[in-house]
Design a protein around this ligand. Structure first.
Ligand code: NAD
Length: 437
């Protein structure tokens, strides 16, 4: 089949490369000339494990190409995927659909034959209908269907998630479109991946419901961590006890500094807004959004606590800036609020991230960016681990202690054991766990 991906970011590039790996003929389109130039030269503009191999192999095989020219790119395509960003609107936090609508207009003007237009971007319920109306207004003579096919991949494990998903959700209102989508995903359905066919509205709600449910799970365990700290429990034991219940499951029960990233914050907010607009408020999700927002800044107070009550005049090493490991994505990362709060309280911040420094520089101002964890830790009055990159597990705490001004360590991801940190001579605070006996 011939496919076009409109938007060559995390979703468009990963899904485009994976579709090419299935054997489809894929062209990735983007309005960002820098991105397309890099891709043509074999440079991957984002950090995602194993993506460079997949892109290079399929590009060399002639199945994966890149262009800025949308018209040429999508002529003669069976399916055109809208994979553009849907960021929160600055004025109210609802999903900004201007990129989706622009893509819909561009596609409408360029379609050559019957085309399935697929919303892969995360979009509020009703958007497929809206895209349909835009295409109809622009090019009423064309033949098309609009399908909702939300994407569930996680950055850092994006290829595996795309190639071995728990399910593929397809919201379509016509049998013709359903049949094209079945053919497209045959390599997955053939190996037993469930393909869930629904109406378009249901598919759109499924995506938001999934992210809101996962965000709720994270926020719930964070509340249990706070409770454990007050009553002397250990949130890791609580999470294990909860997760062993088959009805609950163990995933997304790791207490931490609050969720971030390009999806959970904006999708929970957009769901709250949609629900408000239609008069069916989602009180649970609303509480999750508020609780999570407040939590990120509260984490900075833990650093003040370990410094004897205040970070004023102190140098703080921040280890890990991206919203999770194995990505360079800084969008809505908890580190942004944590660093800002530390700086507002008078601290000097020395920060290090293995992959996210370039993106971090655009959103974190006034911090000193360091070339290694040891560099950041040198001379620091306290360290705070915000993102659990694997390399931090190998820190040699004898050396760390010798380079820091004071042995104060706040571990917001519970990477280290309180007993080991105490034995290494550190004042150590983590999340929802008692200090070592
Ligand atoms: P991104 O910002 O990384 O990429 C979007 C790309 O679209 C950019 O390169 C931009 O230049 C391009 N673009 C914008 N308008 C265009 C147009 N008219 N024509 C061509 N290109 C255009 O975004 P992303 O992280 O890939 O997310 C895309 C969508 O997928 C969002 O709705 C997001 O919520 C959703 N999603 C993201 C993830 C994730 O982990 N990143 C997972 C699932 C779903």
């Amino acid at each position: 089949m011939r496919l076009a991906m409109i938007g060559t970011g995390y979703v468009g590039l990963v899904s485009g490369a994976c579709f090419a790996e299935f054997g489809h003929d894929v062209v990735c389109v983007d309005i960002d000339p820098g991105k397309i130039e890099k891709l043509k030269k074999g440079v991957i503009p984002i950090y995602e494990p194993d993506l460079d191999d997949l892109v290079t192999r399929n590009h060399a095989a002639g199945r994966l190409n890149f262009t800025q020219d949308l018209k040429a790119g999508i002529a003669d395509c069976d399916c055109v995927f809208i994979c553009v960003g849907t960021p929160p609107r600055p004025e109210d936090g609802h999903a900004d659909l201007k990129y989706v609508y622009q893509a819909a207009k561009d596609i409408a003007g360029a379609m050559g034959r019957y085309t399935v237009i697929v919303d892969k971007s995360t979009v509020p319920v009703g958007t497929a209908r809206e895209v349909d109306a835009i295409v109809k207004a622009e090019n009423p003579a064309a033949e098309w269907d609009v399908v909702s096919n939300p994407e569930f991949l996680r950055e850092g494990a994006a290829i595996e998630d795309f190639m071995e998903p728990d399910r593929v959700v397809i919201g379509a209102d016509s049998e013709r479109a359903r049949s094209v989508m079945r053919q497209l995903y045959a390599p997955l359905s053939d190996k037993g991946v469930p393909i869930l066919m629904t109406g378009r509205e249901s598919a759109e709600v499924i995506k938001y419901a999934t992210n809101a449910f996962l965000a709720t799970k994270v926020t719930f365990i964070n509340e249990m961590a706070d409770l454990c700290e007050k009553v002397g429990g250990n949130v890791e034991d609580v999470a294990r006890g909860l997760g062993l219940d088959d009805r609950i499951g163990p995933r997304f029960l790791r207490a931490g500094p609050g969720y971030g990233g390009s999806c959970f914050p904006k999708d929970t907010m957009a769901l709250v807004k949609t629900a408000e607009m239609v008069g069916s408020p989602t009180w649970i999700v609303d509480a999750v959004v508020k609780k999570n927002d407040a939590r990120k800044r509260q984490m900075a107070h833990r650093v003040g606590e370990i410094c004897g009550g205040s970070v004023k005049g102190k140098t703080i090493a921040v280890l890990g800036l991206t919203f999770k490991p194995d990505t360079d994505d800084m969008r809505e990362s908890p580190s942004i609020d944590i660093v800002d709060e530390l700086q507002s309280n008078g601290a000097t911040v020395r920060a290090y991230d293995p992959e996210g420094t370039d993106q971090a520089k655009a959103v974190i101002k006034g911090a000193e960016f360091c070339s290694s964890a040891m560099d950041a830790l040198t001379g620091a009055d306290a360290a705070v681990l915000v993102t659990e990159w694997a390399e931090f597990e190998d820190l040699d705490f004898d050396v760390v202690k010798s380079v820091m001004k004071a042995a104060n360590f706040v571990d917001l991801r519970n990477v280290f054991s309180p007993a080991n940190m105490q034995a290494a001579g550190f004042n150590y605070l983590s999340i929802g766990r008692p200090a070592a006996a």
